[in-house]
Write a protein that binds this ligand. Structure first.
Ligand SMILES: *[C@@H]1O[C@H](CO)[C@@H](O)[C@H](O)[C@H]1NC(C)=O
Ligand SMILES: *[C@@H]1O[C@H](CO)[C@@H](O)[C@H](O)[C@H]1NC(C)=O
Length: 385
């Protein structure tokens, strides 16, 4: 108990200094101990209008048996119920009418992840139709993370995928914010490989956000005939600044944007067609830019620029209300940010400051009060005397 408390105090001190000091690489990679304990979230139920997450023919591929034939079969109710339960147990991961959500999961951000999950469940009309796909570092204690999620969300349909982050670690060059260099931050580029083939579309979400609107609407974003990815675009942002002069002065490189009208987008909220991603092998395309970045510095940030290089100017639009980003403040001074004008469906604390850290340090930004209601942490700091 004693040594644990010492580590805990150290964590507390590092959280206090979080927003005022420059980050060192160890401040992110040091895994905090799970002295954090979370409340159980209430159970959420589908509204009557929600579709079944299984379409009629996905139980037997090939056999064209309509659903009602199965339900009125002569096998007897008992038999049917057993089969049905088994199918549900086995196949919800592949449910083609489900809303599939991907997030990363680690001990450093788990409090944020829990708040995000709660906010999603609370604001959707079809909470039972959500299937969560959590990517963890292969070196993380997956059973601990899994238990933590299952304890707070006993009814959640979810699956955990270990990500061999050592593979990507060799591709990462250091950025201006060390938290961005965490290999798990790059997992979003590998979803098409990590998740089973049967998962064909995913809503990818960062862990430092909450939804205040129905994720079903976001998931239904039209991707048109050929778009791989949908995200809110910000065409007023100066796109030039995301890449170095080295990049822009080399035509062989900058020509990659020649026939596009590239705009900045934030990779913390994306709807991705995984079928199209797999068909186009976009993971390899992203990796190729990362390889190049290791040889010549073409950008400063972490996992974002490769996404811009591959997709900017060629994505399906999403209303800005779905990513009110930047609430974490700027990367240098940790200033508070205000909302962008317009309606809000999703609040995103991207940037250096995180609401849980600022709340614990008693130095919250005004908008952190909107995150607090989703905090499932039981007691932030228990010092028994
Ligand atoms: C993982 O966490 C569990 C607690 O849920 C613990 O019992 C186990 O020892 C941990 N495993 C490792 C390898 O640390
Ligand atoms: C965009 O940024 C670049 C480099 O920082 C600068 O040279 C250029 O003038 C900026 N463009 C606009 C429209 O502000």
């Amino acid at each position: 108990m004693k040594p644990q408390r010492v580590i805990f105090l150290l964590l507390f001190v590092s959280l206090l200094s979080f927003s005022s000091t420059t980050e060192t690489s160890s401040s992110y990679s040091t895994t905090p101990p799970i002295t954090q304990s979370f409340r159980e979230a209430p159970e959420f139920y589908n509204s009557p209008k929600c579709p079944s997450i299984f379409s009629n023919d996905d139980q037997d591929s090939g056999a064209d048996v309509p659903d009602d034939t199965t339900t009125t079969s002569n096998d007897g109710e008992e038999g049917f119920n057993i089969v049905n339960q088994e199918d549900e147990e086995r196949n919800f991961i592949c449910a083609d009418n489900g809303v599939h959500v991907a997030m990363t999961l680690d001990l450093a951000y788990i409090r944020g992840s829990m708040a995000a999950i709660l906010s999603i469940l609370q604001h959707t009309s079809c909470p039972e139709n959500l299937i969560f796909h959590f990517v963890t570092s292969a070196s993380a204690n997956a059973s601990l993370l899994s238990d933590t999620i299952a304890t707070s969300f006993p009814y959640l349909k979810f699956q955990i995928y270990p990500f061999a982050d050592t593979a990507v670690a060799g591709l990462i060059s250091t950025s201006i914010r060390s938290a961005l260099d965490c290999p798990l931050n790059y997992a979003r580029s590998y979803l098409a490989n990590l998740l089973p083939i049967c998962v064909r579309k995913i809503v990818y979400l960062d862990s430092d956000l909450v939804l205040v609107d129905d994720i079903v609407k976001l998931a239904a974003t039209p991707l048109g005939d050929d778009k791989v990815l949908a995200a809110p675009e910000y065409c007023n942002a100066n796109f030039t600044t995301y890449f170095t002069p080295t990049f822009w002065s080399n035509p062989a490189l900058s020509l990659t944007f020649a026939n596009r009208k590239p705009c900045y987008f934030n990779t913390g909220v994306m709807v991705i067609d995984l079928d199209r991603w797999r068909a186009g092998d976009y993971t390899t395309k992203i990796e190729e830019w990362m390889e190049l970045q290791k040889r010549m510095r073409i950008y400063e940030l972490g996992s974002l620029p490769p996404f811009l290089l591959v997709f900017a100017g060629n994505i399906a639009p999403v209303d800005h209300r779905w990513n009110q980003h930047g609430l974490g403040g700027d990367n240098f001074r940790g200033l508070c940010r205000d909302l962008h004008p317009g309606p809000v469906s999703l609040l995103h604390w991207s940037g250096k400051g995180k609401p849980w850290a600022r709340l614990d340090a008693n130095r919250p930004c005004p908008l952190d009060a909107l995150w607090a209601p989703y905090d499932l942490l039981k007691t932030p700091f228990v010092f028994d005397s």
